[in-house]
Structures are given as structure tokens and as C-alpha cells.
Design a protein around this ligand. Structure first.
Ligand SMILES: [Zn+2]
Length: 274
């Protein structure tokens, strides 16, 4: 499943192709995605509009249109966006095609169809329904040690689950939660309310660093992530604990352990993390 760095890598790849381009046509496979295809909004606000910004909030990609409309895309479990030549043969699971005036086409491919492709009219674009109740961005100024410490107060929830809660902070998914906690030397099972401010400081600083490194490496390709040009990411080569159960810790040599926490595979070093 793409996490924040993978979505940011897609955004960085798409922006140069989409900015300033006019949308000529949008077509849909007819298959249902996470929400019904916004046919009427696309006819009214999509066709003929120019893309003026390509942004990201949490794991949502946001294409602002010059008429005030907003295209919202979420990759779900298996979604991919790529920019291609319109003459390129369709692949199976190509569900949305967005033809641009430069003779390029943006295609949304999603085998499992948990992804989202929506267009909000100007009246809804200022407060998108998909983005309500989201916590701050992990790379933004609001995510500080004091903020995390306050959110953790009185909670028995394991810190890993708290980090993965989008109402607390967005976009830290399963891979990067394990990696950030390893880098911060904090056990994923540690009850959030028992963390010191100093430990919260290490978690915040290391989350930012791990996410930043992952973006720089082009994201992590575990199963089938690819960027806007169809290329794999390389952060998996730098993973310290994720998917490394039974292998030696790259820092101390102890055996990396795997447990299930909140229903998700969780990896840690029993010696480096406390
Ligand atoms: Zn270790």
C-alpha cells in the first residue's frame, strides 16, 4: 500500500506534466472505485479547466483547477497514476483517463479498486469532505515533540498504533511506523502515555528523517508501487527492520523480531529499542 513518501513521489513526478495543462476529456471504465464516478461534476467543472496546482494532503493528491474545482485522487491499496501517450494501448484496470491538451494522458490504474477519483465543485473544494478530521502533516511545522507528547497523554495504545492514527498525524503507515520507531530506539509496543518528552522528540525527528529519506529514494517498492513514470522506488534497500524478521539487526546484530500489532505486521530490534 502506498504511504506518504510514495504519494509524494507520484506528486513530484506528475506536477511538471500537469501544471498549466487544460483537461480535454475524462473517460471512465464504468467500474466502481471507492466512491461513485463524479460524472456530472466532471462535465461541469472538469472539461476545459486548467490544472493550476498539484498538491498533497496526507495520502490524497489534489489537483486544483482554474475554475475553483478540485480533483481528489487517493491510490488506495493498489492505485497507480501514470502519464502516457494517448495512443498507448490500455492495460487492464485502467479505470480513469484524463486527456490533456499537450497530447498527454493521465491514467489511473487500480486493480483492487479501493482508490478514489473525485471532482469537487468550487463550493466544496475549500473544505474537501475527504480531508476532514485529519491530523497534521508529519513533515509540517505542527508535528512537534510537544504535540505528540500531548496526544499520547493518558493513552495505553501502543505508540506504533498512535503514530498510524490519521487523526493524530497523517501518512505514517505500517512500513514507516516500524522504521521511525527503530530509528528513535522506541519499542512499537510501548504504551503511548508512558513516553517521555525526549522520546517523543526522537520519534518526531526520526519520523521526519525516515520519510524524507524515503521520498529522496523514490519511495519503497514492496509489492507493486511505481512512480508516475512506472519506475520502482529504492527505499526498500535502506529498510532497517521492516520485512526483516529473523535477520540480524544492521546496528547491533540481534535478531529482528516480528509481532502483530493492531492487526499489522510489526518489526523491531529487541536490543536497540526500549
Ligand atoms: Zn539492534
Amino acid at each position: 500500500m502506498p504511504e506518504l513518501p510514495e504519494v509524494e513521489v507520484v506528486r513530484l513526478g506528475l506536477a511538471p506534466h500537469l501544471l498549466g495543462r487544460k483537461i480535454v476529456a475524462i473517460t471512465h471504465s464504468g467500474k466502481k472505485l471507492r466512491s461513485p464516478f463524479p460524472r456530472a461534476a466532471i462535465a461541469r467543472w472538469g472539461i476545459g479547466a486548467t490544472v493550476v496546482a498539484v498538491a498533497r494532503r496526507a495520502k490524497y493528491l489534489l489537483l486544483s483547477l482554474d475554475n475553483g474545482g478540485l480533483i481528489v485522487v487517493h491510490l488506495g491499496m493498489s492505485g497507480r497514476l501514470c502519464v502516457t501517450n494517448p495512443g498507448e494501448p490500455l492495460r487492464s484496470h485502467d479505470h480513469v483517463r484524463l486527456r490533456l491538451d499537450a497530447g498527454l494522458e493521465l491514467r489511473f490504474n487500480d486493480a483492487r479498486r479501493f482508490g478514489l477519483f473525485d471532482l469537487l465543485p468550487p463550493g466544496e473544494a475549500g473544505n474537501p469532505k475527504w480531508l476532514r478530521d485529519l491530523g497534521p502533516e508529519p513533515l509540517g511545522p505542527e508535528f512537534t515533540a510537544a504535540f505528540l507528547h500531548a496526544k499520547a497523554q493518558g493513552k495505553k495504545t501502543p505508540i506504533k498504533n498512535l503514530l498510524m492514527d490519521n487523526r493524530v498525524v497523517v501518512g505514517i503507515g505500517n512500513i514507516y511506523a516500524s522504521e521511525s520507531l527503530f530509528a528513535a530506539r522506541v519499542l512499537p509496543t510501548k504504551p503511548a502515555g508512558t513516553l517521555s518528552l525526549a522520546a517523543c522528540q526522537r520519534i518526531v525527528a526520526n519520523s521526519r528523517q525516515v520519510l524524507g529519506q524515503a521520498i529522496a529514494a523514490g519511495g519503497t517498492t514492496i509489492s507493486d508501487f511505481a512512480n508516475a513514470s512506472g519506475e520502482a522506488g529504492y527505499f526498500q534497500l535502506q529498510l532497517m527492520v521492516y520485512d526483516r524478521a529473523g535477520q540480524p539487526c544492521r546496528v547491533c546484530g540481534a535478531t529482528i523480531r516480528k509481532i502483530v500489532l493492531g492487526g499489522r505486521s510489526t518489526f523491531f530490534c529487541p536490543r536497540c529499542q526500549r
